[in-house]
Every structure is written in structure tokens, then in C-alpha cells.
Design a binder for this molecule. Sequence first.
Ligand code: KE4
Length: 450
Amino acid sequence: MPYPKSQSLFDRAQKSIPGGVNSPARAFKAVGGTPLFITKAAGPFMYDEDGNELIDYIGSWGPMIMGHAWEPVIEAVQNTVAGSTSFGAPTELEIRMAELLCEMVPGLNKVRMTNSGTEACMSVIRVARGYTGRNKIIKFEGCYHGHGDSFLIKAGSGALTLGHPSSPGVTAGTAKDTLTADYNDLDNVARLLEENKGEVAAIILEPVAGNMGCVPPREGFLEGLRKLCNNHDALLIFDEVMTGFRVARGGAIERFGVQPDLMAFGKVIGAGMPVGAFGGKQEVMNVVAPDGPVYQAGTLSGNPVAMSAGLALLSALNDKPVIYDDLERQADQLVTGLKNVFDAHKITVANNRVGSMLSFFFCEGPVTDFAAVSRTDTDFFRTFFHGMLEEGVYLPPSAYEAWFVSHKHDDSVIQETIAAADRVLLSMTGSEGPANKNSGTANNSRGSSR
Ligand code: KE4
């Protein structure tokens, strides 16, 4: 279906914004077509410029855990913004946020606010290097930690380890200090540590990868990394920008029971406002300026409006852990229903889910690392993506992203998503699925109005 208003806005946007977007993930490059320009959102729905209602499985890439325009967040922002948007001076709101984060996250003793997940990851690496006096870091292929130079090093053979950055603008000097391992491969990590004895400041990873699609840690992987870091006096860093407060109230640390030395956060803690944070053990965080020599700063870090939004969301998550039981149940219902539909249409598909973040891969499973992820049929995904969009279901516009279920994705929304997938697969494969046998319903295009 054409989206005339989005198309004309996209044409206009490309004249003044690179690629017409302020973040490449939004550009639909991987799936083709026109990115939809959104006017508003509420609960599980987004509404585009052409008046279409869309069931949203991006949720602003993670923050909308209680759904869009959740009343307590809106109210908190409205109350705070009435007293100005920023002071450039400390506020009690920042103390409350820091205290709440330290209460919710195991092993978080001190925490500093930033304005994005990228800033949080860049800062936490600097702290690790400043604390250990070492230069090198180990990251994992397929993990994304924002666009800081140290992280834009594509995994790969020795060629990259010797400093051939994949993104122009990242110097060879920077690239040589970033080593890349295969996710879920402890032997690979052990080898890198041995080959770079005494030089590795930290290992950083997404404790559940979400930026190559959802790839969970294998049994014992996180525990193995903890041991390797202890044996090599390196710091273990969990990048919980996506998993934080999403896979459990205390993030992946609580869900898997492995304690990193440092953590990075983003997304959920700002409830959709630009917020990131990094923190960890008091002993390590004491090196951060102005206590210590490792400099880190930000004009809008701890912004009062963003803090009030985050506090409204996080305090609810902290006070009502039953929310996580709901999220688990709703996400499981979605995955079970979609798996049945894929099976009924004889589609080869693998699936990973941790809490309310999940992915489907159009290939044989199991999918446990980037090499396996690379087997997914991106052409099939592209057709499926656009078919679902036609049905009013907005999936992440890339086979390598995680889907997010919010607390507002209720049974009717989940069943509608499953029925939409059934119709799309019927049109793609011609084979009858469960809903088509006895539904007799006409193909409703682009979701029903509510
Ligand atoms: P931001 O700088 O985009 O706030 O956070 C960077 C980041 C760091 N760590 C993890 C685990 C992340 O998932 C992210 C950001 N994730 C992507 C979506 N997969 C952001 C979307 C975008 O770039 O527009």
C-alpha cells in the first residue's frame, strides 16, 4: 500500500538530513520501501502520517515497556517541564534516580547519568581503561554498543584485529585496541586473553544479544566470562542498554545471577527520553571525575525532565514485579502462536526469546552466534516485513533486530498479530494456515480502526 504522506516527507527529509533519518536503523534500508513517519502513539499502537494504526513491536527500540504514552510518565514530564527544561545544576531528581537504580540493580554501587546508550558505553570503557591502566577491550561479533569509535570494529579474522576498522573514520590506532570474539564461544575469549596477556582492560557484551536479533547466552557462558576476567584481572562489563529492566527488574544480572564489575544502561531508564547511565562497583567508579582522574561529563546529563520520566517508569517496575510475569506470559503467547503459524505454512524458522524481547530467524536453528544469525533468509524477512506492515503490524525493519512486547500488548493485540502473520504467509506461500481454514474473514488491510 502506498503511504503518500510518509513518502513525500521522506523525499523532503532526504534534502536536509543524511538518508532522511536521524538514525540509520529507521531508514528501512534493510527492507526497502519508505520509512513511515509517525505522528503519535498510545499503548501498543503507533499512528503514521497517513492515518494508519500500527501494532508496534519496536517500542522505540526498547523503552516503551509499559506501552506508549503511559499516563504516569506523561504526567511526570508535564509536571517537571513546567518548571523549565534544564538547569545545568544538580537536582534532587538525579539523586532519586541514582538511588533507585542502585536499589534495583545487583552490585550497582555508584552510577553516572549520560544522554544516550552510546555515551554510557563509551564512558564505561574509558573507566575500565583508566582503572586498569590497560588499553585493549574484547567485544563480540554481532553485539552493538553504540557508535563510539572503539565499538565500530566489525568482528572477523586477524585482519580486523590488526586494525582494519569497518567504519571509515575509525582510526587504525583505535581499532587495534578492540579485539572481537564469537558470542557464546568461551575458548575464543580465552585464546584472545592469552594472546594479549596483561593488556585487556575489559570484556564488554550484551548479556542477551539484541542487536543481531535476540541471541541468549549459552548455559555457563556468562559464568565462564566472569571466571576468565577474574583470572586475567580484566573487568567484566554488561551492556544492559537493551536488557536492563527489560528481561527482569534487575536486568540480565538478576535473571542470570552473574555479577559484572561495570554496567551500561539506556532506553528503559529514560522511558523514551534521551537517557543513558553507567556504573558499577564503588572501587572502580571512584576513578570517575571529579572524585578521580577519568573525565566524563554532559551538559544535559541527569536532565530533570528525563529523570522524572524515568523515575515514573522505573518506580512502577520496581514496585510491581508482577509486571514481569505479565510480560513473560504475553511474549510467550505471541511466540507460541507465531511458531504454530510458521509450522502450519511449513516455514523453516528458529526463534529466541528472553522475557519480552524476541526474534524469529528464517533458517534452521539453533541460532547462538553471529555466524548462525547470518544464515537467516533476509529476502523472506523483507517480504514478511512488508506483508505484516500491510496488515497493520510494525516489526523492526531489519532481520537483525529484536522485537519488543510491551505490557499493553494484550491478548487481542497478540491474537491479531498471529492472525495477520497467518494471512501474510498464506499470500506468500499459498498454503493454508490455522486461521484461514475456518476464519472466513476478509483480509483486513492495515489493521482495523479502534
Ligand atoms: P543509543 O546511543 O542508541 O541510545 O544506544 C546505543 C546502544 C548501546 N547498547 C545496546 C545494547 C543497544 O541496543 C544500543 C542501541 N540499540 C539500537 C537498536 N538495536 C538503537 C536504534 C538506533 O540506532 O536507532
